[in-house]
Design a protein around this ligand. Structure first.
Ligand code: IMP
Ligand code: MG
Length: 182
């Protein structure tokens, strides 16, 4: 894996495809164990960043009495969390008395995750849990620690495997990190 440059910023390889899949399998195992006996749980993928993780995680979970739905939020501009969250696409599924597993790409300040959890709690689910590919424990300002975490990482800017730089490079199959000392 070589360095990649977008918009004048250089990123270095950070997490390989194999390591990603290994952690997804671990987390899928935890979810399957915790959801044993649940009726018709709903996996809720937060677009856009989580789409690749959601595809791999949902397939690994192989709970066929379940559904997947998609909701879209946007909170980042460039490399800074904008703090304002714009809901672009709503949720049509009825979540009353159901277990909901939110699938997130990354929990950074925690603002997006916390807003979404609160919004869902108002809809009367049985329980809401969150699975995230990446978690930055030093950045979290609000909300709960996600129940399922593939990787806890330092507060550095990440790119690839669904995560973007101003919309670019989501299709990098591995995870990259912004190089320090540019
Ligand atoms: P939060 O509300 O600050 O937790 O930010 C959540 C959203 O910000 C994520 O769903 C991502 O879309 C974006 N984000 C946070 N950190 C990164 C990063 O390191 N790279 C790319 N996007 C990020
Ligand atoms: Mg983003």
């Amino acid at each position: 894996m070589a360095d990649v440059t977008f918009n004048g910023l250089t990123f270095e390889p950070y997490i390989t495809k194999e390591e990603i899949l290994q952690q997804i399998k671990r987390v899928a195992g935890e979810i399957k164990r915790d959801l044993a006996g649940e009726t018709n749980p709903l996996f809720l993928c937060v677009l856009t960043g989580a789409f690749m993780f959601a595809a791999d995680l949902y397939r690994e979970c192989d709970i066929y009495d379940s559904e997947i739905a998609f909701i879209r939020f946007k909170s980042y501009e460039g490399m800074q969390s904008s703090g304002t969250i714009r809901e672009v696409m709503g949720l049509d599924e009825d979540i009353k008395d159901r277990t909901v597993i939110i699938i997130e790409d990354i929990v950074d300040t925690g603002v997006t995750a916390d807003r979404l959890r609160k919004r869902l709690e108002e809809m009367g689910p049985k329980q809401v849990k969150m699975a995230t590919l990446l978690f930055k424990p030093d950045s979290i300002k609000q909300g709960k620690t996600p129940e399922y975490v593939c990787f806890s990482i330092p507060s550095r800017f990440i790119l690839g495997y669904g995560l973007d730089l101003d919309g670019l490079a989501r299709n990098l199959p591995e995870i990259y990190v912004l190089k320090e000392q540019q």
